[in-house]
Unconditional design. Structure first.
Length: 151
């Protein structure tokens, strides 16, 4: 090895998992006439909803690193497909909010539900402390890759 020891094995496993999830996302996109960026947008919007973040087109564009025109085209496409809806913010009528439609959630669960169920089932083989260690590790990896992407 190159002196990094067992950690390199984890890097390779993370890469393999990432590739598999990316392939699943691409297959989902192809089946539903979506672009991979559409899938990333839906994931961002679902994550925002879970976090209580009020997603706007500007926010979504920042998350996906799209310019204003690209974000508008993306949201228009997702709205046309009835996967996302625009609504006016009730506290600031000038602001447009984005929400994932139930149709998108149903399509996602129909496609990804089995892999989610499998991951949850596998997690039952681990002690709570082990799961916490995995969570801390993955959170640190995510923060590291986010920093690298931002620089």
């Amino acid at each position: 090895m190159d002196g990094r020891g067992p950690a390199m094995g984890l890097v390779h496993l993370l890469r393999a998992v990432t590739v598999e999830f990316d392939l699943l996302g691409a297959e989902f996109a192809a089946r539903h006439g979506l672009h991979p960026t559409d899938v990333r947008a839906l994931i961002q919007l679902l994550d925002a909803e879970r976090a209580g973040t009020r997603a706007t087109p500007g926010w979504l564009g920042e998350q996906l690193r799209l310019n204003s025109a690209g974000t508008t085209a993306l949201v228009d496409r997702l709205e046309r497909l009835e996967l996302v809806r625009r609504s006016r913010d009730t506290t600031d009528r000038r602001r447009v909010l984005l929400e994932v439609e139930e149709k998108a959630t149903r399509l996602g669960w129909a496609f990804f539900g089995q892999v989610i169920d499998d991951v949850v089932a596998v997690s039952h083989d681990f002690e709570p402390g082990e799961l916490e260690t995995v969570r801390r590790f993955l959170t640190s990896v995510l923060e590291s890759t986010s920093r690298t992407r931002s620089s």
